[in-house]
Design a protein. Structure first.
Length: 154
């Protein structure tokens, strides 16, 4: 058994532990692959099994959700940059997210901070649109009826 095979076995057992699989569940996995022991699995089989178990761990721990939140942060900041007429690219967006959150690595920003960034930048865009609509309405009111211009008019 070479080093790669040993590391894959270790990963397999770690993933099983993270998922809380008991001996019966592990045996069911091994039986479905036609072996009695995890040591009898080939490297390719271990890679396939570990990939499937990793997906389940991601779902269980919510890390798959973090990727979705990161994409939403990128979209929210990108929308704000477009709204303000600034050029946008992923490096700039990640830099803005890092500075706004106080973290030096985009992928290390925790779930709650990601949610806050999404809300903040989406609200900035909504607020800017609302202010633009309001100022347009006030200007239109001023030009169509100059004597009755009242900015506090609701």
């Amino acid at each position: 058994m070479d080093q790669i095979h040993k590391e894959l076995l270790k990963k397999y057992h770690t993933l099983c532990t993270l998922l809380g699989l008991d001996d019966e569940a592990k045996r069911a996995i091994l039986t479905s692959w036609g072996v009695e022991s995890s040591r009898d699995l080939s490297q390719h089989q271990l890679i396939d099994i570990c990939a499937k178990l990793s997906e389940q761990v991601d779902e269980k721990q919510g890390t798959a959700r973090l990727d979705k939140l990161r994409k939403q942060v990128i979209a929210a900041i990108g929308g704000w940059l477009r709204q303000t007429g600034q050029p946008e690219n992923v490096a700039k967006i990640k830099g803005i997210a890092e500075r706004a959150s106080g973290y030096s690595d985009f992928n290390k920003i925790p779930r709650e901070r990601l949610r806050n960034l999404i809300a903040t930048f989406n609200n900035k865009v909504k607020d800017a649109r609302a202010v633009d609509a309001l100022t347009d309405a006030l200007l239109m009111q001023h030009y169509t009826n100059p004597g009755s211009f009242d900015p506090s008019n609701n």
